[in-house]
Design a protein around this ligand. Structure first.
Ligand SMILES: NC(=O)c1ccc[n+]([C@@H]2O[C@H](COP(=O)([O-])OP(=O)(O)OC[C@H]3O[C@@H](n4cnc5c(N)ncnc54)[C@H](OP(=O)(O)O)[C@@H]3O)[C@@H](O)[C@H]2O)c1
Length: 298
């Protein structure tokens, strides 16, 4: 099979590309940057902001995987927030233009989405049938993102929306950010630290993407390992090798006010104080056996 991947240069994309290459597939990557091709890997330029794309990128492609989007970590200025939303919508719009205007044999699009769509809660459990949508900035981004994914229906291809949980990888994402914070030897805890983190290891995630393509899976699926942890347990696990000078338990109200003062209330609600207990009931359809279930498996 031949794959076309957007965001194939990112944390998740690189891992999926390696897995596909090990399985002898050819991969085209759409990137905003110039990159060198290698065996089984060809780079094509696109620019979602300007809506330009190299149309040859879709030749002979069977499966499209969409991962492109501005990284959500960093300072949430108004321009960063605009990029977080627009980059995702513009990437999907450009993919639609590509599929519409060049004859192709694409039979499936698998697009990233996120569990950030759900409201924060320490009690509620969300599976693929839950239709609650949060009222935060990120929940609104994901809602619009998924609407754009659904619009691929016009091509009569399988549409797979994969709501990804917190991806655990030593190479990036939340683990790298927390390790950076822990290096200061000050352990910050928001409230009681019981915020739920629904997570998945990057190796499990890549295999799930691959299985969804082999099964031509159509519909929504949650990519989480069905064993959420808490922020406190995750920090304890990551701080095994540190001796701490300070442990700071910060009441929610104080932190929230501080973030508000710096115009970062949305970042507080969506990232710092995020709590989602998300599970998948659909995963059984692709019979994935998770390698990483407990924090001790890391
Ligand atoms: N990592 C997680 O924990 C997690 C959890 C839930 C959902 N997701 C979603 O899964 C997708 C992939 O995540 P990731 O962690 O691999 O992200 P990542 O490392 O930030 O990579 C995203 C890729 O998107 C492209 N990109 C970045 N900014 C862009 C912009 N402004 N306009 C267009 N393209 C842009 C880049 O590719 P080029 O530079 O080659 O163009 C980049 O390599 C993202 O959409 C993310 O929201 C991730």
């Amino acid at each position: 099979m031949k794959f076309l991947i957007t965001g194939g240069t990112g944390l998740i994309g690189k891992n999926i590309v390696q897995l596909l290459i090990r399985n002898n597939h050819h991969i085209n990557i759409l990137s905003r940057k110039e990159k060198d091709n290698s065996e089984n890997l060809s780079f094509f330029k696109w620019n979602p902001k300007r809506q330009t794309v190299d149309y040859d990128s879709i030749n002979d492609v069977d499966i499209v995987i969409n991962l492109a989007g501005e990284n959500i970590f960093g300072l949430w200025t108004s321009s960063k927030k605009e990029r977080i939303l627009k980059s995702r919508l513009q990437s999907l719009k450009l993919l639609k233009k590509l599929i519409k205007h060049r004859p192709n044999k694409v039979k499936q699009i698998i697009s990233a989405s996120a569990i950030g769509i759900f409201p924060n809660s320490q009690e509620a459990v969300y599976n693929e049938d839950s239709d609650l949508v949060g009222k935060t900035f990120l929940a609104n981004v994901v809602k619009q993102w998924e609407k754009e994914i659904e619009s691929f229906k016009e091509f009569r291809i399988a549409i797979t929306t994969i709501r990804i949980g917190m991806v655990f990888s030593e190479l990036g994402g939340i683990i790298k950010v927390l390790r950076f914070i822990l290096n200061s030897r000050i352990l910050f805890l928001v409230g009681n630290g019981n915020q739920k983190i629904s997570w998945i290891h990057i190796e499990d995630l890549s295999e799930i993407f691959y299985k969804l393509s082999l099964k031509n899976y159509n519909g929504l699926i949650h990519a989480v390992n069905n064993n959420p942890t808490t922020m406190l347990d995750l920090l304890k696990k990551l701080s095994d090798n540190y001796s701490f000078c300070f442990k700071i338990f910060t009441p929610n109200i104080i932190l929230k006010s501080l973030f508000k003062v710096f115009f970062m209330k949305d970042f507080y609600d969506d990232i710092v104080n995020s709590s989602k207990n998300v599970v998948s009931t659909e995963m059984k359809k692709i019979s994935h056996k998770f390698k990483y279930i407990e924090l001790n498996d890391l």
